[in-house]
Ligand binder design. Sequence first.
Ligand SMILES: [Zn+2]
Length: 233
Amino acid sequence: MPGAIQVPVTNSLLASLPRKDYRRLLTGFEPVTLTFGEIIYEPGKPIRHVYFPNDSLVSLLTLADGHLALEVGMVGHEGMVGTPVPLGVNVSAVRALVQGSGTAMRMTSVRFRKEFQNCPPLQRALYRYIHVLMAQVTQTAACNRFHVVEARLARWLLMTRDRVRANQFRLTQEFLAHMLGVRRVGVTKAASALQQRKLIRYSRGEIHILDDKGLEAAACRCYQVVKDVHDRA
Ligand SMILES: [Zn+2]
């Protein structure tokens, strides 16, 4: 029901589609609000819906030993959550956790697969996006192994900024420690160092980015490497 859609659709992937395809697809979408901390997929479990975030942000986490979670990808307005579905797979390999509250457009996997088969522009957009997401995931693997926490934190904050399109967002140190796979004290030290350099301000679970250029200089090269892949695609 197109009339039921009342949230502004600001997902860039959907917006990049030809008008005709975009309008047809909208009839199959349902706007939903995603809330911080909500888990939308678990590894090994069926994917019932795919999501195109508007202003929400979703983390893709991989689990080790069943309970240790590490972020391997991040999806915002530039992408889609549920990329196995267009590849013909109905089961998630990762946990998908809402990292920033906001809205998303959701469609059942069954309907989405049909739309995907009949819409070449959507196929092209998603192949490009899946390529970019793969680049992000592989770069993150190297980043987690080789780069220091302070540079990784700076990278993570910039990736979040790009995806929520805001310089201020909510974040707890505990959450960040999980995302970066380090102990909380490590995050505290890295955040204090960035704060002392006047690149960010951190108080009561709110992060403000004060100096974009400075933070980009403090981040490891991984930020730019993935951004370049995205811009080229
Ligand atoms: Zn890195």
